[in-house]
Write a new protein. Sequence first.
Lengths: 235, 235
Amino acid sequence: MIKNPNCDNLICEQCIVRAKSAFKNLTTLEYQNLYAQKVCKFYKRGEIIYQEGHRLRGVYCVYQGKLKLYKIGPEGKEQIIRFALPGDLIAFRAILSQESACMTAQAIEDAVLCHIPAKTFLDLARENPNFSMHLIQISCKELNESNKFIVDLAQRPVKIRLAQTLLLLLDTFGVDKDGFIDVILTREEIASIVGTATESVIRYLSELKKNGLIQLNSKKIKILKPNELEKMIKF
Amino acid sequence: MIKNPNCDNLICEQCIVRAKSAFKNLTTLEYQNLYAQKVCKFYKRGEIIYQEGHRLRGVYCVYQGKLKLYKIGPEGKEQIIRFALPGDLIAFRAILSQESACMTAQAIEDAVLCHIPAKTFLDLARENPNFSMHLIQISCKELNESNKFIVDLAQRPVKIRLAQTLLLLLDTFGVDKDGFIDVILTREEIASIVGTATESVIRYLSELKKNGLIQLNSKKIKILKPNELEKMIKF
DNA sequence: CGGCTCCTTGATCAAGGTCAAGACATGTGG
DNA sequence: CCACATGTCTTGACCTTGATCAAGGAGCCG
């Protein structure tokens, strides 16, 4: 684990997360340009990368660590919309549509991010149609995810949405060596994904535990019967 | 009102909805190509243009009429995600990301749509960076709308969401000569925008009416005090 | 060790969903 | 043009879900 790397030595073309990123099929020249323009930075757990409403000067590529992306609701309550992992590009939509950030990005564990200036990124998007197509596709996929979640929020009860969220977390973060979902979230954070109260999350988690579908170890969650959870969410 | 126009005579470059559409800044050559490829069709109120999950062979440009775009929830209940009006392009995300339709499109009044084959559209998107940028921006805006609505669904009560929906409808459809919102929706359809039960919509509508904020005339709604509604949803 | 933060549980309560019944409106075919 | 059937609206009664409040316990860090 690199704790606070001398980031400027990271060569984009040889980056370990390149294959997972939107930058996977650039030309050597384009990589060199990225490398020349990017600035890498370390963020401590809990640190905020940028805030909803802020003007941004570029996009970020996650090199290491995990981020949560959330909006603040009318009563100041956070609503987690999605997560970002190594290889993910964040804030590019704000740059493309010249708007201010529509979410807050915060590190949920120590992270390293590369910042790419808006101009560099926009030039790339304009000149490489494969790249811009890829961006459109990411956006479309995300729009579809959001719309599906709207239906769930409007039509499914908390218990089901929690089951869905557990499977989503499993899918997003995978498992650690002991089989636990490889992320640490507070109950409150889980509640702010599901769209419910912290206490409801706790109650339904312990119900799932009682029924043997999951195992809990403080903040760590292991899914014992993914099929049973799948069955719950299929009606 | 053209009822069943001889659509093939509609010249894209001279189209009355051109200025409102994503096609507003094409070259004459590009317009000619569109005109050569497009096929125009009339849809009766209630008719379905395409269904969620279907493979599509092109995009549609709304020439006349109003559409609702919805997903079907787990219990078969419809959830209206958005509307489309003259000038709007629909289904283009499915075409761009080569997926099947993520929503059902249905005419809520008699409509005329132009169908543009996938290839024509994709070529245009690839060759005209301004056009593809515009598409990205539409998508980003919509994604942001959806994400905002997720927060509202998760954190705001039905009464407030109904007030928001009324203002949204006003903004989307404008008013007719008598000052009523220029669209006819059943209470059930309104409920499926708000994400609630039909009866709840009816109850809160009559409460708003009792308080003098709105006026009802069968399915038509007039907003008497937009400021009061704004006040409700603010803070 | 003391002060955090976070977790957990129980009790209570309100929002809003569901059910049922009747009124009203709309459209269709005879 | 009427009569019937169907769809939509409305209201009331009831009940469930899940939010809120309160209090105690566990774990963690300086």
